[in-house]
Design a protein around this ligand. Structure first.
Ligand SMILES: [Zn+2]
Length: 704
C-alpha cells in the first residue's frame, strides 16, 4: 500500500505525498543584497554560554556546497540554505521532481534493494527469498512480458464484452475490484469512527482516470487542453485493448462524459479533509435505497462480506449519483468505460505499447521527460506486492539499529517539548489542556520496522509477471477485507520498512518512522545534535503535531472521533488555523498559482509545530553540554535552521508543481521552509533578523 493512500479513504498524514514537489531556482539574477547574516558566530542567545569549539559544516552534517552565502538569510532563507544546490542540480530526466533529502536517500536505497532482489532471484526454491526474487525476475523478463501482450487482461475484456444486464455488470465489477481494478467506486476497511478498536467496511467514491474531479470540471485553457490529451490517450488505450479504431474515438468521448458525471458528484479534496463529513453510517438495507440499481447483495457476498450489516459511506451523494449514471448510461458507453478501466488498471504491467501510452499521459501531467528504467519500475512493483518480504531483507542487511535508539530519544525529547509548550499556551483552558496532555501521553510510536512481518500466501510464477501482480492484488484485498468486523492491530504498518517517509494515524494515535528515513541527511550518528534535530527532529515534531492539527484534533486519545475541546477554546483554535490557511494561501508557486491554504492546512500546521518543537527539544538536549560547536561560522541555533532548510532543497517540473498544487495536501518545499520560519521568533533571533525582514511575516501565525 502506498503512503499517499489517496485512492481509498484512509486517514493517514504522511510527511510527503506522492513524490515531492520541488521549486525552481529563484528567478535568475538575485539582487546583490548586502547580507546582514550569517552574522557573528556567537549570537546574543548563546553569548553567555559555555566555551565554543570550532568545526566544519560537513563535520556537523551540513552541506556547505549547497548554500548560497551571498544571500541574506533574513531575506530568503531557502535560497541561503539551498542556493548553490538549486543552481547545480538538474532534475533527472526520469523524475518529475528532485529533493536533496528524500530522493538522494531513495536513490541509494534503490541500488541496495536492487542487489537484494538480484541475489534473491538465485534463492533456494520454495523460500520467501525465492518468492521475492522470482517476482522481480518475472517483471525484468521483458521478452516474456512482450510475448504476453494483452493476454493477461483478455479474460476480463471478454467478460466485459458480455455484460448485458445489472447482474452481469455487478459480476464484472466484483471481479475487477477483487483484482484492485476500480471502476465506479472503491471498497476498503476503515476504523470505526466511534470505536477505533474495530474495523468496518467503507465504500468510497472513485472511478476517475484523471488525478482529481476538478480536472473534469475546470474551464481554463490548461484544463481544456489536458482533457483533449486525455481523450486521445483513452482512445489509443481502447485501440490497444482491441476496440476497432472507428469505434475508439466515440468510446473515448463516452468515457470522458461518464467520468465527468462521476466527477460532478465526487467530493473535493478539501471536503474530504473534514472527518465528520467522511463518516456516514449506513445499514445495508439503507444502502440499497440510497444507491439503487446495483446488486449490492451479490457484491458483499462475493467479496466475503455477506455478514456485514452496517458500513460507512464516505461520500453518500456520490453513490446516489452513481445510481443515476448507471441508470442512464447507454450500453456502448458502459462497455467503453469498463474496457478503459481494465486496460488503465493494468497497462503499466503489460507490453511496451501499453507502458508507453500510459507514460504519455503521465508525462502530460508531470512534465517528466523519460520513463524510469525497467529495474526501478520493477522494484516499485515488488515493494508494492511483497513489501514486508523486501523490508525484512532490507532491514537484515542495511539497518544497523543505532538510529532506532536515537529516534526513540528524539520522540521523547519532542514529546516533552510539546508538554512544556502546552503548559504555556495562553489560548488554552485547564480542561482542554489536560485532555491534550492525555492524548500526547497516549500517543504511540513505531520505529524502524514492524514487530511482525506479513506473510504472502499466493503463488508467484517466473513466467507470468502480470498474473503475479493480479494474484498479489487479490491476496492483498482479501487480507484487507478480512479485517472487517475484527479488532484493529495497532502494531500493523501501512508502509514498508525501506520507505523514505513517515506518517501519523489519528485513529491509532501513533507515529511511524520506517528504517528508510532514518538515514543521512535526515539522521546521522556522526552529525551534531542541532543538525539531527533540524532534520529528523523536525520530521518527528511534524508527525506529533498532526495529532493536534485541524483534522487530528477531532480525534481523542483513543483515536475516536470525539469533541474534547471546551467550546471557546475550540473557537480560538479554529481562528488560529484559519490564520495559517490565509498565510499559505498568499504564497504563489507560479504566477497566478497560489497554494490552496485549506487543502494544505493540516500539513502546514504540522510543519509549523514540527520546527518549533524540534528547536525546543534541541535546546533542551544541549542545555547541559560542556561546550558549543561553531561550524563554518554558524552557531548551533543557526545550524539547526540550516538543517531544516537543507532537508527541503528541492526542484520540481512546472507541470508537476501545478498538479501537486491541485492534489497534494503538502505545500511545495520552499514554502514549507518559509511558512514554518516566518513567525518563529527563535529563527529571527538566531539570524538577528530585523522586524521588517522579508522572511518574517507581519501577521505570522502560530498554533502549537
Ligand atoms: Zn504530514
Amino acid at each position: 500500500m502506498r503512503c499517499a493512500l489517496t485512492g481509498f479513504f484512509s486517514i493517514v498524514s504522511c510527511l510527503v505525498g506522492s513524490g515531492l514537489l520541488g521549486c525552481g531556482p529563484s528567478s535568475g539574477s538575485a539582487p546583490a543584497a548586502a547580507p546582514s547574516g550569517p552574522g557573528p558566530a556567537a549570537a546574543a542567545s548563546e553569548a553567555a554560554g559555555p566555551p565554543a569549539v570550532e568545526a566544519t559544516l560537513e563535520s556537523v552534517g551540513l552541506d556547505a556546497s549547497a548554500m548560497d552565502r551571498s544571500v541574506d538569510p533574513c531575506t530568503d532563507f531557502y535560497q541561503f540554505s539551498c542556493g548553490q544546490w538549486l543552481e547545480r542540480t538538474e532534475i533527472p530526466s526520469d523524475e518529475a521532481a528532485w529533493t536533496r533529502s528524500f530522493n538522494e536517500i531513495r536513490k541509494r536505497n534503490e541500488l541496495e534493494l536492487k542487489s537484494i532482489l538480484e541475489a534473491a532471484a538465485q534463492g533456494a526454491p520454495g523460500t520467501d527469498t525465492a518468492k521475492l526474487g522470482t517476482f522481480y525476475a518475472a517483471c525484468m523478463d521483458e521478452a516474456a512480458v512482450e510475448a504476453a501482450g494483452k493476454a493477461p487482461i483478455a479474460p476480463l475484456l471478454a467478460q466485459a464484452a458480455k455484460v448485458k444486464d445489472r447482474q452481469g455488470l455487478a459480476a464484472l465489477v466484483i471481479e475487477l475490484h477483487r483484482q484492485q481494478i476500480a471502476p465506479f467506486f472503491e471498497i476498503a476497511p476503515v476504523q470505526d469512527p466511534k470505536d477505533a478498536t474495530r474495523w468496518i467496511a467503507d465504500l468510497d467514491q472513485g472511478g476517475l482516470g484523471l488525478p482529481d474531479r476538478d480536472y473534469y470540471l475546470r474551464d481554463d485553457e490548461r484544463s481544456t487542453k489536458l482533457r483533449a490529451t486525455y481523450l486521445e490517450h483513452v482512445e489509443r488505450m481502447l485501440v490497444l485493448a482491441g476496440t476497432p479504431a472507428a469505434r475508439a474515438k466515440a468510446g473515448a468521448r463516452e468515457v470522458l462524459a461518464l467520468e465527468t458525471e462521476l466527477a460532478k458528484v465526487s467530493k473535493t479534496r478539501v471536503e474530504r479533509r473534514e472527518p465528520k463529513n467522511m463518516f456516514n453510517r449506513f445499514e445495508r438495507a439503507q444502502l440499497a435505497a440510497a444507491a439503487p440499481g446495483f446488486d449490492w447483495d451479490a457484491y458483499f457476498q462475493k467479496l466475503g462480506l455477506a455478514e456485514v450489516t452496517a458500513l460507512n459511506l464516505s461520500a453518500p451523494k456520490f453513490f446516489s449519483g452513481l445510481s443515476s449514471v448507471l441508470g442512464s448510461a447507454k450500453p456502448e458507453a458502459l462497455h467503453a468505460y469498463l474496457d478503459w478501466q481494465i486496460v488503465r488498471g493494468m497497462a503499466r504491467h503489460l507490453s511496451k505499447p501499453f507502458v508507453d501510452e500510459s507514460f504519455r499521459m503521465e508525462q502530460a501531467l508531470t512534465g517528466q521527460a523519460e520513463i524510469r528504467p525497467r529495474w526501478r519500475r520493477c522494484l516499485a512493483t515488488t515493494d508494492n506486492a511483497l513489501g514486508d518480504l523486501l523490508g525484512q531483507a532490507y532491514v537484515q542487511s542495511h539497518f544497523a539499529g543505532e538510529s532506532k535508539a536515537a529516534a526513540e530519544n528524539m520522540v521523547h525529547a519532542i514529546s516533552a517539548a510539546f508538554q512544556r509548550e502546552l503548559g504555556s499556551l495562553t489560548w488554552m483552558d485547564p480542561s482542554t489542556r489536560e485532555r491534550a496532555g492525555q492524548k500526547l501521553a497516549a500517543m504511540g510510536y513505531l520505529i524502524g520496522y514492524p514487530e511482525q512481518w506479513k506473510p504472502y500466501g499466493f503463488d508467484v510464477d517466473r513466467k507470468s509477471y502480470a498474473q503475479n501482480v493480479l494474484r498479489a492484488r487479490v491476496f492483498d484485498l482479501q487480507r484487507e477485507l478480512a479485517k472487517v468486523g475484527t479488532l484493529v492491530d495497532k502494531r500493523e504498518w501501512q508502509i514498508s520498512a525501506p520507505t523514505v517517509n513517515a506518517y501519523y494515524s489519528p485513529q491509532r494515535n501513533h507515529m511511524v518512522f520506517p528504517a528508510g528515513i532514518l538515514q543521512p541527511p535526515f539522521y546521522d550518528v556522526k552529525s551534531g545534535v542541532a543538525v539531527n534535530l533540524g532534520a529528523i527532529g523536525m520530521v518527528v515534531g511534524h508527525e506529533l503535531t498532526h495529532g493536534f492539527d485541524d483534522e487530528g484534533s477531532q480525534y481523542d486519545a483513543q483515536g475516536n472521533l470525539a469533541d474534547w475541546w471546551a467550546p471557546e477554546v475550540g473557537k480560538r483554535f479554529k481562528e488560529k488555523t484559519q490564520c495559517v490557511a490565509r498565510q499559505y494561501g498568499e504564497y504563489e508557486v507560479q504566477p497566478g498559482l497560489p497554494i490552496n491554504g485549506q487543502l494544505t492546512l493540516g500539513e502546514n500546521i504540522a510543519d509549523l509545530g514540527g520546527v518549533k518543537l524540534a528547536f525546543a527539544a534541541y535546546r533542551a538536549l544541549r542545555q547541559a553540554a560542556p561546550e558549543r560547536v561553531n561550524a563554518g561560522g554558524f552557531n548551533e541555533d543557526q545550524q539547526f535552521f540550516i538543517a531544516v532548510g537543507q532537508a527541503w532543497c528541492a526542484k520540481g517540473r512546472p507541470e508537476y508543481e501545478r498538479m501537486m498544487v491541485q492534489v497534494n495536501p503538502h505545500s511545495v518545499p520552499r514554502f514549507r521552509v518559509r511558512g514554518a520560519l516566518a513567525g518563529l521568533p527563535e529563527f529571527a533571533s538566531a539570524f538577528s533578523c530585523p522586524a521588517d525582514a522579508p522572511m518574517l511575516a507581519k501577521n505570522a501565525c502560530s498554533v502549537w
